[in-house]
Design a protein around this ligand. Structure first.
Ligand SMILES: Cc1cc2nc3c(=O)[nH]c(=O)nc-3n(C[C@H](O)[C@H](O)[C@H](O)COP(=O)(O)OP(=O)(O)OC[C@H]3O[C@@H](n4cnc5c(N)ncnc54)[C@H](O)[C@@H]3O)c2cc1C
Length: 393
């Protein structure tokens, strides 16, 4: 076994770290406070060719795998953008470019991938619905065929990045959940041109005020007789579950990587403060009550990283990676939360001051226990799929 990262991944780590070195913690603090997209970082990532990492070379991308993309996301998050802000890297390179590289038609690939690789076009991903929640197969947004088009009606919630997206990867039902056998049948994924649909009054959205990750708004989205050409189906009609699993496993890995980077930056901030802050005439880090939670987090980060890289490697080999992706997401999110909590406690009263970054890191870390999949659903997966325990639902 060889645990060293391949040179391709090390080059990505160096390249992204170089971009990030131009932006300090204060930059990310300001983006969050001003609720603004990190335009400057985005432009630098585009200029360096980092947005197209997972796009095949024939379409102008870097031809790299999910491992390299995970390393990119982790490095970006660890630089200070942390868990929430690292959505920046996941929405377009992950949801859009990676999915179309694997499941797009030759025409979809030819027209979209080169422009996704440069960041000229951006994407978002719309799965979650108010009435289905974690039970994704129970979605009811329905696409009815009408000649060479589909007519979509329904509603989504929490859809992040709609404002910037030219294209939405929209997950619908083309057979109602109650009639589908098996229940994974009858899902269809569409590419929806957001600005066009908004212009025609067929798609509208409303931002949800949220406690963090405000560099990228999340929205309620409404579809009102939205007309989508049949040519915009991604994968097979009724066979969208195949595409969906290929979105959800990389999503768990990339957002796991973002949580991991969030854990790394929180630990760094906590350790720095523990070294510098003196109370009772010695650095607080000399107290085991402060040092041990930080040391424990270091151990958890190392463990989560091993599982995360393994999951990404399996995905790149075309091997099953469901269990590893779920465990990687679970452990990375837990590491992020525990790191942020330890950094918070280490800061004492100053943790509560918005002049320090720990409050943002804690808020960012909390999302990982909920999105894109809750901790309970991940544990359900391990309990039923790995341990073979009976399902409770
Ligand atoms: C900031 C943010 C950004 C997001 N961005 C996107 C996006 O871009 N696109 C998108 O499609 N979605 C997005 N989501 C949605 C996210 O994926 C969902 O919030 C998440 O999957 C949980 O679904 P839910 O909110 O409906 O919770 P629910 O399903 O209502 O769950 C509520 C609670 O009940 C628990 N629960 C439910 N069923 C069980 C069970 N069987 N066993 C044990 N516990 C159970 C859950 O674990 C959770 O704790 C985003 C969410 C957030 C917060």
């Amino acid at each position: 076994m060889d645990f060293t990262l391949p040179e391709t991944a090390l080059a990505v780590q160096r390249g992204i770290a170089d971009v990030c070195s131009r932006y300090d913690m204060g930059y990310w603090e300001r983006c969050e406070a001003e609720k603004r997209w990190p335009d400057e970082v985005w432009a630098d990532l585009a200029k360096g060719g980092w947005l197209g990492l997972g796009v095949p070379e024939e379409y102008g991308g870097g031809g790299q795998g999910l491992l390299e993309m995970a390393v990119a996301t982790e490095t970006l998050a660890a630089s200070g953008s942390a868990g929430g802000s690292a959505f920046t890297y996941v929405l377009t390179p992950g949801f859009g470019a990676l999915t179309l590289s694997r499941h797009g038609t030759p025409e979809q690939k030819g027209t979209l991938l080169p422009r996704l690789a440069t960041g000229e076009l951006e994407t978002c991903f719309a799965l979650t619905e108010p009435d289905a929640g974690s039970n994704s197969l129970a979605i009811s947004t329905f696409a009815r065929q009408d000649g060479a088009e589909y007519v979509v009606n329904g509603q989504k919630i929490w859809i992040t990045g709609v404002q910037r997206a030219t294209w939405m990867m929209l997950v619908t039902r083309t057979i109602p959940a109650e009639e589908a056998k098996p229940r994974t049948n009858g899902m269809t994924v569409f590419l929806v041109n957001v600005p066009e649909a908004v212009e025609k009054g067929q798609l509208s959205y409303r931002p949800i005020p949220k406690m963090g990750a405000n560099t990228t708004p999340s929205n309620m989205v409404f579809f009102d007789d939205l007309r989508v050409p049949a040519a915009n189906v991604v994968g097979e009609v009724h066979g969208g579950a195949v595409v969906l699993w290929d979105i959800l496993n990389p999503e768990r890995i990339l957002l796991g990587a973002s949580a991991l980077g969030g854990a790394e930056v929180a630990l760094r901030v906590g350790v720095e403060y523990a070294r510098q802050r003196e109370v009772f005439g010695r650095p607080i880090g000399a107290n085991q009550a402060i040092a041990f939670p930080l040391a424990q987090v270091q151990a958890k980060i190392e463990l989560a990283r091993l599982m995360l890289y393994k999951a990404a490697w399996l995905f790149d080999q075309g091997l099953p990676c469901g269990t590893e992706s779920n465990i990687a997401k679970l452990t990375a999110s837990q590491a992020a939360w525990e790191a942020a909590d330890a950094a918070f406690q280490t800061h004492g009263g100053m943790a509560y001051s918005l002049e320090y970054p720990v409050a943002r890191l804690l808020t960012d870390a909390r999302i990982g226990k909920i999105a894109p999949v809750t901790e309970e659903l991940l544990l359900n997966y391990v309990a039923t799929q790995v341990l073979g325990l009976p399902r409770s639902f």
